[in-house]
Design a protein. Structure first.
Length: 416
């Protein structure tokens, strides 16, 4: 890894007043937090600049994702390790595990060096703080969450990164039960944790690739099938009107799904309807997940779903349910224009939940995640690009922080 002293990065006037007590703030968050609350909230000051705030003190989050020693804790309550542990008994933290080796090299190395997981965690906290970080991002170990740094907790409440192109049937009552069960397990114990910033519901759901309308219409036994048909019946006054719009010949509503592979299908009309339905599905998703979290923890923020792709129907659907939008950007710049669109559409602050630059001189291939396909040459270049990226981001008055990907390089033989 490369030591990146974020305290040296210029980022408008806010950086010089991170610890100043302020007044005249507007508290605009869904959590049950007052401006002097011990819990983290979001505020907008008199100059229109957004901040996190706790006990009247405002700050931004400067964090690192996956601060984990590669042990049995996957950082998400075991929902990811459950998929690899049956195959590899030593697989817990999937992001650090090397299938070719059948163990996590970082875990073995740090245990040899520090003697215990507790000693590793204490040293890691000190290193992070010495580099100017104040927060932990997704997949960080529970042990690290207990070290006194701010942290965002990833729930994997709908799916996991291993299945990001899939979600359970959102119309199935079992989805709500799943969310409630996970929220009870993960949120209830953290409800009074003053170091918790808030919850990330899932990671990089492939919203457009799930094809909600086609998926539900094609499965007549799914709860979502009736949801999709109800959507179409409200959108079109009759089956004949739908057939005309899509240029199909469905003999009944129940058989519309059998027409989706027809060569005559009006793809433009179908895609337009699919976008609207995707927005409705996103609204159901955020409504259920937010309600489940708030049932067991009314004190903390909802930080969105760690967005990779973020179609406009999903962006519009999340507005009533999340406190900020966590957008991931793997590029040389933070995509200021798109971040501005997000803020203008939602009127909410944004943070960059993942960004990174790798370099070939580490001799670590980092082929999965972390923009592995576009490495730089040197560690010095990594620091330079980070400085430019963060400086540009933090000029935006609605940006409240950033989380680097990730604490450790991937195993040289490849990760899970």
């Amino acid at each position: 890894s490369v030591a990146l002293d974020l305290q040296l990065i210029p980022a408008r006037s806010r950086m010089s007043v991170v610890s100043v007590l302020g007044c005249g703030f507007v508290v605009l968050s869904l959590c049950a937090c007052a401006s002097g609350s011990p819990y983290v909230s979001l505020v907008q000051d008199d100059n229109g600049v957004w901040w996190f705030q706790q006990n009247g003190v405002k700050f931004i989050t400067k964090g690192v994702n996956h601060v984990n020693n590669g042990g049995m804790d996957d950082g998400v309550g075991g929902r990811e390790s459950a998929e690899c542990h049956p195959l590899f008994p030593l697989c817990g933290d999937t992001l650090a595990f090397a299938p070719a080796l059948k163990y996590a090299p970082y875990y073995n190395t740090t245990l040899d060096r520090y003697g215990s997981e507790d000693a590793w965690a204490q040293n890691t906290k000190q290193r992070l703080q010495s580099w100017g970080f104040n927060s932990l991002g997704g997949w960080s170990a529970t042990l690290m969450e207990q070290q006194g740094l701010y942290y965002a907790h990833l729930l994997d409440i709908g799916t996991t990164w291993l299945r990001s192109n899939w979600l359970p049937d959102l119309f199935d009552p079992q989805f709500e039960k799943q969310c409630l069960d996970i929220a009870q397990k993960e949120c209830s114990p953290r409800a009074n944790d003053t170091h918790l910033i808030g919850y990330q519901t899932d990671n990089e759901i492939a919203w457009a690739s799930i094809h909600f309308l086609k998926t539900y219409l094609s499965n007549s036994s799914a709860y979502g099938n009736q949801g999709a048909l109800s959507f179409l019946q409200k959108r079109y006054p009759s089956l004949e009107a739908l057939n005309a719009a899509w240029n199909i010949k469905a003999p009944s509503w129940q058989l519309v799904g059998q027409q989706l592979n027809s060569s005559s299908l009006n793809v433009t009309a179908f895609d337009a309807d699919s976008d609207v339905f995707m927005g409705q599905c996103a609204s159901i998703y955020f409504s259920i997940t937010t309600a489940a979290i708030k049932k067991y923890d009314p004190n903390h923020l909802i930080l969105g779903a760690r967005f990779g792709e973020l179609p406009m129907p999903v962006l519009e659907a999340l507005i009533p349910y999340v406190d900020l939008v966590d957008q991931h950007v793997y590029d040389y710049d933070p995509h200021v224009s798109w971040l501005t669109t997000i803020h203008q559409t939602t009127k909410k602050p944004v943070m960059i939940g993942e960004f990174s630059f790798t370099a070939v001189d580490s001799n670590m291939p980092n082929q999965r995640g972390a923009w592995g396909g576009n490495p730089l040459i040197t560690q010095t270049q990594r620091a330079s690009y980070l400085r430019s990226f963060v400086s540009s981001l933090m000029e935006l008055p609605f940006a409240v922080g950033y989380h680097w990907w990730e604490w450790q390089d991937e195993p040289s033989s490849g990760r899970w």
